[in-house]
Design a protein around this ligand. Sequence first.
Ligand SMILES: *[C@@H]1O[C@H](CO)[C@@H](O)[C@H](O)[C@H]1NC(C)=O
Ligand SMILES: *[C@@H]1O[C@H](CO)[C@@H](O)[C@H](O)[C@H]1NC(C)=O
Length: 287
Amino acid sequence: MGKPRITTWEDLHLDCVFIIFSKLGLDDLTAVIPFVCKSWFQASSHPSLHKILDFTLLDLNSSSPLSKILSSQYSLHRFTFSGFLKLAMALSNGAADELRFSALFPPSIEVLSTASAACPSLKTLFLPRINFDDEARFLDLIPNWSDLECLEMESKPSNLGEMVKQIGANCGRFRGLKIRGSIDNADAQGIVNFLPKIESLDLSGSRMRREEALAILDGCRELKRFTVRDCVGFEVDDELQRRAAGIELFEFEGCRAEEKFRNFINHTEDLDYMLMHYGDCFELWML
Ligand SMILES: *[C@@H]1O[C@H](CO)[C@@H](O)[C@H](O)[C@H]1NC(C)=O
Ligand SMILES: *[C@@H]1O[C@H](CO)[C@@H](O)[C@H](O)[C@H]1NC(C)=O
């Protein structure tokens, strides 16, 4: 029999510490943990803990408690989002595969440019929106993200056609797009022509015609999930459902031909609804 394997206390300790740290957010991992002791500092800077850089739940206002703690811990004159982002990217040391920006603190093109150089392994990007003036420059960043698989945007850039062309040419494993906006013929053709292998497409809340929905259904043969919840511009009838029959998940709740403008003035149902919810205010109003 060989010697029993000896696991040192430090090894065990670090394993436990790692498991706990992996449950923490970017705020604790940057503002609190590194300042507890040297070994926690070392453990918390391990790149594997910084694969997901999620800024969506952090209050990064310059006057927020987090900004104040970070400013004092790192002796900063002034807290900036781009500074914080650079810190997070340095910690990830190239290992970040998921980057999620908040709609409240949308990244500037400079921040995105930093991310394109610092996150070469990026697989998932959640980007609320891009300023109109930066849309063209954003296209130049895409080639650095050759592993990109999923892109989610809250609003559609005006150059979506160009964007999917760039993604199609550079990101061989791309398979999921979520976007909301007005989807026209050129957008639908762009998706079909440049992302023919797309597996998941979510256009919920978009304005789109039946023609575009059909073009996508017919052109994207590998689509497994197609979501058009609350879209305006077409109705899902039997014909459309038949064309979507090969898709594993087709979600179309709330999809409708035209926006129904609710008339609160002379519609008794709406008035009842209003009274139900605002009964007390309404009574006060009437007095
Ligand atoms: C792409 O990444 C490299 C570093 O790997 C960087 O030098 C370059 O500026 C990046 N490209 C853009 C457009 O940011
Ligand atoms: C009120 O309702 C009637 C009938 O439902 C409709 O013809 C009319 O246009 C409505 N009034 C307004 C101001 O929309």
